[in-house]
Design a protein around this ligand. Structure first.
Ligand SMILES: *[C@@H]1O[C@H](CO)[C@@H](O)[C@H](O)[C@H]1NC(C)=O
Length: 529
C-alpha cells in the first residue's frame, strides 16, 4: 500500500492543486518522495529550469497558403478541399490560410514578441518535391524554408521541424500513399533531401505528427484527407508502413546527418484515457483504446519487445477469423523489421489536449464491420462538468497532461520527452479576451512543473498554436491561436490575444503567476532576449 506522508498532506493544504491528484497513486508516490527535502514547492516558488525549451507550434498546410506558388505541387489537402469542398465545415481551404508564405518575417517577429526559445513547424513535402519523388527539387520552396529558418536563427530561436504533418503529395496518394509498401522508401528519400538541405542548421526533427490522425482518420474513416474510409483495414496497414518509414528516416539521420547534437523523434496525439469504473471490463477497454490510439504506433519503436501491441493484435486476429478473412487484418513484421524499429528514437513527442473515461460496457456505439472501433468496442465519456472548448472533442480534463507524462515515464523507462502541442480552441466572436484559454494553459503548465518535480525527463513545451490557422475539417470556425488572424483581411493581420501576454510572462519569469494581468494589450519585443 502507498503511504501518504504527513508532509505531503500539509503540502496539499498549501497547494490545493496537488490535492486534486491525490487519488492518483503514482503521483503521490513520486511527489511524496520528492517533497521531502524540497522546500521550493509552493506554487509561486516553482520555477521552470533555465534550459527548459518553450515554444509554439504550427503546421505547413494550416498556415502557409501559397498552395500553388512558385512551383509547389498539389497535396492531399489541396486535392480534397478543391474537389470535395463540402467536407469542410465552412467550405474553406488552406489556399491562402495565414499566408505565412508571404508573412514569415511577421511570424518570426511574433516569436520574438513572445520571447520563444523554439518554434516547431512542418515542411510541405510537395513544396520541396512537387511530384513527391526526389528527382525534382523546387528551388523556390527550398528558398522559402531557408528564409524562415535563417530569420529564426538570426534572433536565437531554435527551429524544430516536423517532416510530415499530414500534407502528402497527391502524386504519392495516387499510388496508394501510406498503404503502398514502398512508402517507407519514399519517405526515406524525402528525408534525405531535407536533412541534406537544412540539417546544417536544424538539430531537432520530428518524423511524423500524430500517426493516429494520419492512419485512422485518413485511411480508416472520412475525418481527414484522403478520406479513404477503408474501415478495419486502412489504419492497420498504414500503421505498419508509417512506423517503418519513421525508423528508416531516423536511422538515416543518425548515421549520416545528426553529428553530435542532432536529435530525431516522433509525436503522438495522446488523449488521456482512464477506466470509468474499477471493473475488469473497463480496465481492459482502456488498455485496448490506448493501444488503438497510440500504442500501435509507439510500441514498435519504444517498447522493449518491439512489434505491434499484443492485446490489440489478439483482438484483430480473432475478429478477422470470425469475419471470414483468410488472414488477419493486422499486418505482421519480419524479425528484422522489429529489430530495425526497436529503439529508433531520441525522444517521445506528446501532443496533448484532453481526456476521456473509458468503458467496456457503457456508452457503446454501433460501428461498421469490420472497423477499428468494432474491433476494440469501447465506450467513452467526458463528464459535463469539465469545461468545454469550441471544439466538440476538447474539454479541460483534470491533470490529464501530468497523468500522460507519468504514464509514458513508467511505460517506456522515462525517455526524453517534449510536449510538442497543447492548446485550447475558442470562436472568433469571443474576441481577444480568451480567459478560458489562459485558465487552460495555466493548469497545463502547473502539470508540467508537477511532472518535472516527479522526475519526468521532459525537456520542452510547445503551445498550439502561435496563431489562428486552418483547423482541418473545421475550417476557420475554431481558433487555437495565441494570436488572432484576420482571415478577411488580405494582409492576414495578426493580433495578440490575452493568452499571448500571459504565456510571454511565464517565459520571461519562468514561473506560473496565477494573478498576473497584462498591463495593456500592446505587444512589444523585449530587447536583450
Ligand atoms: C464508410 O464505410 C462504411 C462501411 O465500412 C459505411 O457504412 C459508411 O457509410 C462509409 N462512409 C462514407 C461517408 O462513405
Amino acid at each position: 500500500m502507498l503511504h501518504i506522508s504527513q508532509k505531503f498532506k500539509d503540502m496539499c493544504e498549501v497547494n490545493p492543486h496537488l490535492a486534486s491528484v491525490v487519488d492518483y497513486g503514482l503521483i503521490i508516490l513520486n511527489l511524496g518522495v520528492l517533497a521531502i527535502g524540497s522546500n521550493a514547492f509552493t506554487r509561486q516558488q516553482r520555477k521552470f529550469p533555465e534550459d527548459f525549451m518553450f515554444g509554439t507550434a504550427t503546421a505547413s498546410y494550416q498556415i502557409e497558403g501559397g498552395w500553388d506558388a512558385d512551383g509547389k505541387g498539389e497535396n492531399i489537402w489541396d486535392h480534397m478541399t478543391h474537389t470535395n469542398p463540402t467536407v469542410i465545415k465552412d467550405q474553406s481551404n488552406g489556399d491562402i490560410a495565414a499566408d505565412s508564405y508571404n508573412n514569415y518575417k511577421r511570424d518570426v517577429e511574433m516569436m520574438r514578441e513572445l520571447g520563444l526559445d523554439a518554434y516547431r513547424f512542418s515542411l510541405s513535402w510537395s513544396r520541396i518535391l512537387p511530384d513527391g519523388f526526389a528527382n525534382r527539387i523546387n528551388d523556390a520552396g527550398v528558398q522559402f524554408y531557408n528564409n524562415y529558418i535563417n530569420e529564426m536563427l538570426k534572433y536565437g530561436i531554435t527551429p524544430m521541424i516536423t517532416l510530415y504533418h499530414w500534407d502528402l503529395p497527391q502524386k504519392l496518394q495516387d499510388l496508394g500513399g501510406f498503404l503502398n509498401p514502398l512508402f517507407p522508401e519514399w519517405f526515406e528519400d524525402y528525408s534525405r533531401v531535407v536533412f541534406d538541405l537544412f540539417g546544417d542548421r536544424v538539430k531537432y526533427w520530428i518524423t511524423f505528427n500524430e500517426p493516429r490522425e494520419v492512419c485512422y482518420q485518413g485511411y480508416d474513416t472520412v475525418t481527414m484527407a484522403p478520406i479513404l474510409n477503408a474501415t478495419g483495414i486502412g489504419a492497420y496497414l498504414c500503421a505498419k508502413h508509417l512506423v517503418l518509414a519513421h525508423a528508416r528516416s531516423y536511422h538515416l539521420y543518425k548515421k549520416e546527418f545528426a553529428g553530435d547534437d542532432g536529435i530525431c523523434g516522433i509525436t503522438y496525439a495522446m488523449t488521456w484515457t482512464e477506466p470509468l469504473t474499477d471493473s475488469k471490463e473497463d480496465e481492459i477497454a482502456t488498455e485496448l483504446m490506448r493501444q488503438a490510439d497510440w500504442g500501435i504506433y509507439s510500441e514498435p519503436i519504444f517498447s522493449e519487445n518491439g512489434g505491434f501491441p499484443k492485446e490489440l493484435t489478439d483482438v484483430v486476429n480473432q475478429k478477422s477469423k470470425e469475419q471470414g478473412f483468410s488472414r488477419s487484418r493486422m499486418p505482421e513484421f519480419t524479425k528484422e523489421e522489429i529489430e530495425f524499429m526497436r529503439g529508433a528514437y531520441d525522444f517521445f513527442g506528446i501532443n496533448h489536449y484532453t481526456g476521456v473515461l473509458v468503458s467496456g460496457t457503457e456508452y457503446l456505439q454501433e460501428h461498421p464491420v469490420p472497423s477499428m472501433h468494432d474491433d476494440i468496442n469501447v465506450g467513452t465519456f467526458a463528464p459535463s462538468d469539465w469545461p468545454a472548448a469550441a471544439s466538440s472533442w476538447l474539454k479541460q480534463s483534470p491533470d490529464s497532461l501530468l497523468k500522460i507524462l507519468l504514464l509514458i515515464k513508467e511505460k517506456y523507462n522515462n525517455p526524453v520527452m517534449y510536449i510538442t502541442e497543447n492548446g485550447w480552441s475558442t470562436r472568433l466572436e469571443q474576441g481577444l479576451e480568451d480567459d478560458d484559454r489562459v485558465r487552460y494553459y495555466r493548469a497545463a503548465l502547473e502539470n508540467v512543473l508537477d511532472a518535472l518535480d516527479a522526475g519526468v525527463n521532459l525537456k520542452g513545451y510547445m503551445a498550439w498554436s502561435l496563431m489562428d490557422n486552418f483547423e482541418w475539417m473545421q475550417g476557420y470556425t475554431e481558433r487555437f491561436g495565441l494570436y488572432e488572424v484576420d482571415f478577411e483581411d488580405p494582409a492576414r493581420t495578426r493580433t495578440p490575444r490575452k493568452s499571448a501576454f500571459i504565456y510571454k510572462e511565464v517565459l520571461r519569469t519562468r514561473v506560473v503567476d496565477h494573478d498576473y494581468e497584462p498591463p495593456s494589450m500592446i505587444m512589444t519585443i523585449d530587447e536583450g532576449k
